[in-house]
Design a protein around this ligand. Structure first.
Ligand code: 5GP
Ligand code: MN
Length: 337
């Protein structure tokens, strides 16, 4: 795996107008890699902007402090202008233009800016000029740190950038526990702490910052809406729009629910179905070597072996019915486990 850091920094040196983008429904890694790159570019004397398709959950807001940040859903004209005028666009934490959703994906495709992707999702599309795709890495933030290091630019990494990178590594590795964590992950974390990153503060801002409504929604979901398919060691949770509204749902409120279902003793695969704007968003998670990206592809989606997702345009009942009908095809082995 040859590093493309040299080429990447050459493109940065030449660029006047740099836009940093990431995927729809932002998570800690997409926000962290966007903010981390932003601060490094700023410290290099550049004037980047971050343009995201939609807003992040409230518990991630802190990482964007001090960034020049625009959200397409809120300011479509402004974002369209930045995208059209850009001479360099970064595509952080996504493997295809369509992952930005309608609106932003067309702006990306239409732009003649030079495009650089940094990402760890399998099967990247050919939609950029430089693809720094490292699919065995646990987070885009880890790739970003390594690219900065390989380019000899660590001097430009300040505490703010370090905290952003720490956030993305933390959230995409389930707080450093998934099998994607490697020795280098901890080497990087060590360097970030040495730089002055306040790791306790990052954990607290992200995890100990829960709205009461969110906690109550999680309690309700687990107590009332969790189903177990004993035979296949599968657990799933489903929530309708009406239920979400009852708990004054805000983006991010259901994050982690699917992992709670997966945490049940003996459960090997978990799914979470949530209804929004007439669509059902589905998240899949698994333990060990059981792949869930296959079944996700049946729902217009994809992802990693242990974490994948998709959408369904059927109603909730039909969607769950379809999911159940697909179980023997994708999880035959679990039946015998
Ligand atoms: P989550 O369940 O947290 O929304 O997504 C987990 C992973 O599944 C993401 O990192 C992403 O790789 C993948 N994923 C989720 N939703 C979709 C989707 O609609 N399409 C594709 N291709 N991948 C998805
Ligand atoms: Mn990621």
């Amino acid at each position: 795996m040859g590093s493309k850091a040299g080429e990447i920094f050459e493109a940065i040196e030449k660029a006047e107008r740099i836009v940093i983008t990431s995927h729809r429904s932002p998570d800690g890694d997409s926000m962290g890699s966007s903010a981390g790159l932003y601060h490094v570019l700023k410290n290099m004397g550049k004037n980047p902007v971050v343009c995201h398709p939609d807003h992040c959950p409230q518990f991630l807001n802190w990482v964007m402090e001090g960034c020049d940040w625009y959200v397409h859903e809120l300011e479509p004209d402004k974002v369209a202008q930045f995208m059209a005028e850009a001479d360099l666009i970064f595509c952080m934490d996504y493997n295809g233009a369509d992952r930005m959703g309608h609106g932003m994906s067309e702006l990306l495709t239409a732009s003649d800016a030079f495009k650089i992707m940094m990402d760890h999702h399998p099967r990247p599309d050919a939609f950029v000029d430089i693809a720094e795709s490292r699919i065995t890495e646990g987070s885009t933030c880890q790739i970003l740190f390594d690219v900065i290091d390989e380019g000899g630019k660590l001097d430009y990494l300040d505490v703010k950038a370090g905290e952003a990178i720490y956030l993305g590594i933390m959230t995409d590795t389930g707080s450093f526990r998934f099998s994607s964590v490697n020795p280098r992950t901890h080497e990087i974390l060590s360097k970030l702490l040495a730089l002055g990153v306040d790791h306790t503060a990052v954990h607290e801002r992200t995890f100990d910052n829960v709205r009461l409504d969110r906690l109550k929604l999680q309690g309700y979901a687990i107590a009332n809406k969790l189903e177990i398919i004993q035979h296949f060691h599968i657990a799933y949770i489903w929530l309708t729009e009406e239920e979400l509204n009852k708990f004054h749902y805000k983006k991010g409120d259901t994050d982690g629910l699917v992992n709670m279902a997966l945490a049940i003793e003996g459960i090997k695969v978990a799914a979470f179905f949530s209804e929004k704007d007439g669509q059902i968003k589905i998240s899949f998670r698994s333990k060990g070597t059981i792949p869930v990206n296959g079944i996700a592809a049946e729902f217009d989606g994809g992802g990693h072996v242990n974490a994948a997702g998709g959408v369904s345009h059927d109603n909730m009942e039909d969607t769950i019915h379809r999911f159940k009908a697909l179980i023997p095809k994708y999880f035959k082995g679990l039946n015998e486990a």
